[in-house]
Ligand binder design. Structure first.
Ligand code: XMP
Length: 514
């Protein structure tokens, strides 16, 4: 937990947008964390928040499985804001009335404000809000007044200033609620009186101090994948403990064009940090030889990675810590309605490594979201082209060469991918796309180049928009950009004679092809 005194607690009742509340509050510059609804009162008191936000939920307060806190949230003497289900929970607990038979309401509505004080200070009349609820409030609890309505919700927002409780039916955390951020800011800054500012600078300052104290004279090992999270973690830890940090980069032979060299140069030139680059191409490609099943390939790559990393790390006798770029969304104990989700793909990072190596974990970003890590990276002086890089999966090109992997195929794909990304950058589209990459298909087709017949591989190019990789839409790439990509790949990469564009969303597709 960060060394910060003024914090907001968000109780999670299972809504898919609970994390968005946390992100908005952090954007406002106030530190917050999410805890499951069934956390103990001791845990809440230990966190010591200045206010509590009750999030949404797919449940009705009347359902048998309704998530209800184990303690009386309203008697802690802290300001409370209930959002959607949170509002219904206020009414249910304090004996108002919630109508189960109400019509479901989903989408935009206009907020008619009756009272512009506190939570709605500065919010315009008829401001657009976003609704998504089944049950509705029909009678506020005693002592509550109605402070806003919409055409379909006569009790859209209520308050009890004496008890410091506010409730809104709409979702202020989503973009479609145009002044939602102002409403949350009114709550956390004006009502809860959080003045301390959470920012990239304050995080860096606190974290450097914390790492120094925690690590002392020990050595720390950090695996650099070339991804943003591990890179920013390494630079931050280096600021704290200098050359007690030992970085290892495993070149699996499945990296993008010149990637390992770029990583090495970035660290040496920009940060005067030494990293050990281990060339393990032969091992990885040897282990993958003849294997075409995607899950087996993933497992083989994961194991080879751990073996190589472990061997290099063994040489660092004084190392006691393993640094990882774990992010907050991986740490939050989400309240899932449907239980744990089925494994679609076995994701590979360095799971299992710390136990195997007997090292303690150093995870400076356990409480940060991805955009916050990027902000920290910028403040630490990491160049923008690196910070904004699209995500790249742990198994690398191994899962973008469909079927059997070989060095020849990896070289073809590296060239095609580099051209594709170069053209996207040239067209000024790189930052509009969440992830773009080329895939080599195990399909040969006939073509004609000059007067000669060709029989070569097919390359698929994919670009998606997304916010977290959980769902994605294919990107509407302009025709002229597609034309450049196709003609350059076919002209410049001997071995590929056909290019196709992937127009599959997720779901039903996944982002990667394997
Ligand atoms: P999928 O293909 O599951 O991918 O839709 C969602 C996001 O995750 C990335 N991805 C991985 N990242 N290790 C990673 O670190 C992996 O094994 C892995 N597999 C997929 C993928 O690139 C996309 O951003």
């Amino acid at each position: 937990m960060q060394n910060i005194n003024e914090k907001i607690l968000i109780l999670d009742f299972g809504s898919q947008v609970t994390q968005l509340i946390a992100r908005r509050v952090r954007e406002i510059g106030v530190y917050c964390e999410i805890l499951p609804f069934n956390s103990s009162v001791e845990k809440v008191k230990d966190f010591n928040p200045k206010g509590i936000i009750l999030g949404g939920s797919p449940h009705s307060v009347y359902s048998e499985t309704a998530p209800i806190p184990k303690f009386d949230v309203f008697s802690l003497g802290l300001p409370v804001l209930g959002i959607c289900y949170g509002l219904q929970l206020i009414a249910y607990t304090l004996e108002g009335n919630v109508d189960r038979a109400a019509k479901r309401e989903f989408g935009k509505a206009l907020l008619h404000i009756k009272n512009n004080e506190d939570i709605f200070a500065g919010v315009e009349q008829d401001s657009q809000v976003w609704m998504s609820h089944g049950d509705s409030l029909t009678e506020p609890p005693a002592g509550f007044e109605i402070i806003a309505t919409t055409d379909n919700s006569p009790l859209c927002a209520v308050r009890n200033t004496e008890r410091q409780i506010w409730g809104v039916q709409f979702h202020p955390e989503v973009h479609h609620t145009l002044q939602g951020k102002l409403i949350l800011e009114n709550f956390v800054r004006n009502i809860c009186k959080c003045t301390e500012t959470w920012s990239a600078e304050s995080f860096i300052e606190n974290e450097i101090k914390r790492i120094k104290e925690l690590v002392g004279d020990d050595e720390v090992i950090c695996g650099l994948s070339g991804g943003v999270d591990s890179t920013v973690a390494a630079v931050l830890i280096h600021r704290a403990i200098g050359d007690q940090l030992k970085c290892i980069h495993v070149d699996s032979g499945l990296m993008r064009l010149n990637e390992s060299e770029e990583i090495d140069r970035l660290f040496k030139e920009n940060f005067n940090m030494n990293i050990e680059v281990v060339n393990a191409e032969e091992l990885f490609l040897g282990e993958l030889n003849g294997v075409s099943d995607p899950e087996r390939k993933r497992k083989i790559i994961g194991k080879a990675f751990i073996d190589v990393f472990d061997e290099s790390a063994q040489k660092l006798k004084n190392a006691k810590w393993l640094a990882q770029g774990t992010l907050y969304p991986d740490v939050i104990e989400s309240v899932s309605v449907n239980g744990p989700s089925a494994t679609i793909k076995s994701h590979h990072n360095v799971g299992g490594l710390p136990e195997k190596m007997g090292l303690k974990l150093l995870e400076p970003f356990r409480e940060l979201f991805k955009d916050e890590v990027r902000a920290v990276g910028r403040k630490l002086g990491i160049p923008e082209w690196f910070i904004e890089r699209h995500p790249f999966p742990g198994p690398g090109l191994g899962i973008r060469i469909l079927g059997e992997v070989s060095k020849e195929k990896a070289d073809l794909l590296r060239k095609a991918d580099a051209i594709y990304i170069e053209e996207i950058r040239k067209a000024g589209l790189y930052n509009d796309i969440w992830q773009a990459f080329a895939v080599l298909l195990p399909v040969k087709s006939v073509g004609v180049m000059g007067d000669e017949r060709t029989y070569e591989f097919t390359c698929a190019v994919r670009a998606v928009t997304s916010t977290d990789g959980m769902t994605a839409d294919w990107f509407p790439m302009p025709y002229d950009v597609l034309a450049n990509i196709s003609s350059r790949i076919i002209n410049e990469v001997r071995g590929i004679n056909r290019v196709v564009y992937d127009i599959t969303s997720k779901p039903p597709g996944t982002i990667e092809w394997e």
